[in-house]
Design a protein around this ligand. Structure first.
Ligand code: ARG
Length: 457
């Protein structure tokens, strides 16, 4: 069994303690970042003349072989491997002999693991960003397809005012746009190299940290070794980011679950994203959306868990920090599922304009009626009150606003004239709202283009 420590111990580690201490089961995922970090570090050791060029080459060749073993699924973990760093160093010793023992000179697993995790996450972020973009593209294509469909806009889940279906869909496109911006912003703080910080106090061997950063593609190096080895802010930021993304997806899922219900029937999910019931033959359930909503809980849990782990830790490295990886991996895995599933649901979603039209409550035009009176000179407050009375009357009659005769309207106010009916259509109501960000056709087309322009950046 290879162990990276133990000289000062005379007794063996308790078997359960060994299991408890090991992180190999999950940190094995860092293998590629660990190899990249080690190759860069071997070069930096040679550059600082701590090892010879020949030794550096030997180390790099050995590490390249290990990379191949991992990528071909041939790398064999040993029962005794404590973590990925131990496993790779053990294998390197087997492949190239004693020179393997020079690789860790001046390095600690503290700066090593912090470097590996940052490198791994930087690579994952490229994929996640693409997934966000894919979902935005799915939204754009559906919003374009259904640009003319007017639906009820809801506040308090009560019909409020007519809106374009594309306007509602695009509202999620903008949330995702902010998610992309936040991702870029947190990347600036993620993109900082801790390697060369040693265990706590820095590197005494003249290691060129800027060289290391350039080799590994980091934009900057950390300024304080004590901070660098225990800083997990970038994980908190990433997990917070992920929790916000999931909340967006969860709200989209919830809207669609409601809209696809029998009572609404505005949309139908493709069979490919639904499942059935083992007992009720008629059931078609929106499990894709329920799981997106449900998995939001675990992502928020990952963030909350890490916040609790970090709270009150004494400064620099404590083994508690090993607990940072599972929530990170879990969240990345979750988003790598929820984002493409959400894209698939949107792309294959069937909208039912006739059902939507049949469910539009004419009272959503009450604001337009008040605006009509305002245009005729009535102060809005009075118009609001008066239309409230008309609404009451319409509810008593069980009639839509457009079915109320002009003579009745005129009993409420002499300001009403025949042209009142011109304004009492849903498309007229929607298309009046052409100020930027509004639901009028020209405004929605404008925001659609605006979003597409930003997405192309
Ligand atoms: N497996 C450890 C982790 O993930 C590596 C760092 C170990 N450092 C130490 N001082 N024991 O945090």
């Amino acid at each position: 069994m290879t162990q990276l420590w133990g000289g000062r111990f005379s007794g063996p580690t308790d078997a359960l303690m060994r299991q408890f201490n090991n992180s190999i089961d999950f940190d094995v995922r860092l293998w590629e970042a660990d190899i990249d970090g080690s190759i860069a570090y071997a070069k930096a050791l040679a550059k600082a003349e701590v090892i010879s060029l020949a030794e550096a080459t030997l180390l790099q060749d050995g590490l390249a072989k290990i990379r191949l073993e991992f990528s071909e699924g041939r790398f064999e973990l040993n029962h005794g491997d404590e973590d990925i760093h131990t496993a790779i160093e053990r294998r390197l010793g087997k492949l190239i002999g004693v020179v393997a023992g020079k690789l860790h000179t001046g390095r600690s697993r503290n700066d090593q693991v912090a470097t590996d995790t940052r490198l791994w996450l930087k690579r994952q972020i490229v994929e996640l960003r693409q997934q966000l973009l894919n979902l935005q593209q799915a939204i754009i294509s559906k919003a374009t397809e259904y640009i003319d469909v007017i639906m009820p806009g809801y506040t308090h889940l009560q019909q409020a005012q007519p809106v374009r279906l594309s306007h509602w869909l695009l509202s999620y496109g903008w949330m995702l746009q902010r998610d992309k911006e936040r991702l870029e912003d947190l990347t600036r703080r993620l993109d900082v190299l801790p390697l060369g910080s040693g265990a706590i106090s820095g590197n005494p061997l003249g290691i060129d940290r800027h060289f290391l950063a350039a080799e590994l593609g980091f934009a900057a190096i950390s300024a304080n070794s004590m901070d660098a080895i225990s800083d997990r802010d970038y994980l908190l930021e990433f997990l917070s980011w992920a929790a916000i993304v999931q909340i967006h997806l969860s709200r989209l899922a919830e809207d669609l679950i409601i809209y696809s219900s029998r009572e609404f029937g505005f949309v139908e999910l493709a069979d490919g994203y639904s499942t059935g019931s083992s007992l009720m033959p008629q059931k078609k359930n929106p499990d894709s959306l329920e799981l997106i909503r449900g998995k939001t809980g675990r992502v928020i849990g990952d963030l909350t868990g890490l916040l609790c782990t970090l709270k009150g830790l004494p400064s620099t490295y404590n083994k508690d920090l090993q607990e940072d990886k599972e929530p990170l991996f879990d969240t990345v895995d979750t988003l790598n599922l929820t984002l493409p599933i959400a894209s698939g649901v949107i792309l294959t979603l069937k909208v039912k304009p006739e059902v939507i039209a049949a469910n539009m409550d004419s009272l959503m035009l009450a604001t337009d009626l008040a605006d009509y009176l305002v245009k005729k000179g009535l102060p809005f407050r009075e118009a609001h009150h008066l239309v409230g009375k008309i609404v009451q009357h319409a509810l008593e009659l069980g009639q839509p606003l457009k079915a109320i005769p002009l003579s009745t309207y005129q009993q409420f106010s002499p300001l009403f004239e025949h042209d009142v009916y011109d304004g009492l259509t849903f498309s007229h109501s929607a298309d009046r709202r052409v100020s930027p960000g509004g639901t009028g056709q020209t405004a929605v087309k404008e925001q659609l283009e605006q979003l597409q322009r930003l997405m192309a950046c």
